[in-house]
Design a protein around this ligand. Structure first.
Ligand SMILES: [Fe+2]
Length: 157
């Protein structure tokens, strides 16, 4: 049985579903990139960065989960398989040949910026469409992403 949230126009619902799906896709892609960096980096500050990357992922994943679950509340269907994410993420493929800590931090920071930018665009779009609740969920994700980008980027000169 559909959830059928009341007081929400159909066009707002459709806009929110597609914006949430796009952000969720980039969030899942970023989440996997964080693990790739967590496993492969090397250098003097290894343990600090290794642990920070896992902490960032642990804060990102529940936000991505909220985006997916909001899609379901809107009677959409969240698509989160690795095959679909690989085909539709707007993030660049994460390099698999990096070892230097600074290179990983730079690559992850670039993707955090792209994810943050995509989420900000979704906040604007869902607000304009009249779905303040979705905009609010996206705003929470955006605030966390900005803070974690600061943690990561501050390692670079
Ligand atoms: Fe680990």
């Amino acid at each position: 049985m559909p959830v059928k949230l009341q007081g929400l126009e159909d066009n707002a619902r459709k806009t929110s579903i597609s914006e949430l799906q796009a952000c969720m896709t980039d969030g899942l892609s970023l989440s996997m990139a964080l693990k790739q960096a967590h496993w492969n980096l090397r250098g003097a500050n290894f343990i600090a960065v290794h642990e920070l990357l896992d902490a960032v992922k642990a804060r990102l994943d529940p936000n991505v989960d909220e985006l997916a679950e909001r899609i379901q509340q809107l009677d959409g269907a969240a698509v989160g398989t690795v095959e679909e994410v690989a085909g539709s993420t707007s993030l660049k493929p994460y390099p698999t040949d990096l070892t230097k800590s600074a290179d990983h931090i730079r690559e992850i920071s670039d993707r955090m910026r792209n994810y943050g930018e995509r989420v900000r665009a979704a906040i604007d779009a869902t607000e304009k469409a009249g779905d303040a609740t979705t905009a609010d969920i996206l705003t929470a994700a955006s605030g966390q992403a900005d803070k974690d980008l600061w943690f990561l980027a501050s390692h670079l000169e």
